[in-house]
Design a protein around this ligand. Structure first.
Ligand code: HEC
Length: 108
């Protein structure tokens, strides 16, 4: 079981330049990009908007990982996110850690 600290340490250790492509690959592999895009709204909210909304929120990683595994409705609108049964929980955590980490970095 990965803790927040582990996930962040792993992400920071893979040099920051590689984080985005590594995390995006996991997101693609886990089918997240079928409904999400990084910087624009698709079927689901953009990863940048999610990062901004939960920036600095305590337990955001655990909360959002659980929401993603179990599914979500009503936070961003009427379109539901179905439970992500096929994706590995650790992969989901890595993608969400990237989304949250991105929101802490200066935007280009
Ligand atoms: C079938 C489309 C679909 C897929 C696949 C999908 N999402 Fe979503 N996602 C959505 C929608 C729609 C919402 C908005 C749900 C709501 O309003 O509560 C959402 C919301 C979210 C949220 C915010 C939840 C909240 O409580 O604010 C996160 C984080 C998220 N998705 C991450 C992911 C990740 C990571 C994956 C891949 C493992 C993924 N999603 C796959 C459609 C999808």
């Amino acid at each position: 079981m990965l803790t927040t600290k582990h996930v962040l340490l792993v992400l920071i250790t893979i040099s920051l330049g590689h984080v985005a492509s590594a995390a995006e690959d996991i997101a693609k592999k886990s089918n997240c990009m079928a409904c999400h895009a990084v910087d624009k709204k698709a079927i689901g909210p953009s990863f940048n908007d999610i990062g901004r909304k939960y920036q600095g929120a305590p337990q955001a990683l655990e909360y959002l990982a659980k929401k993603t595994v179990e599914g979500s409705i009503g936070v961003w609108g009427a379109i539901p996110m179905p439970p992500s049964k096929a994706a590995k929980p650790d992969d989901i955590k890595a993608v969400i850690a990237w989304i949250l980490l991105k929101s802490e970095l200066p935007q280009p």
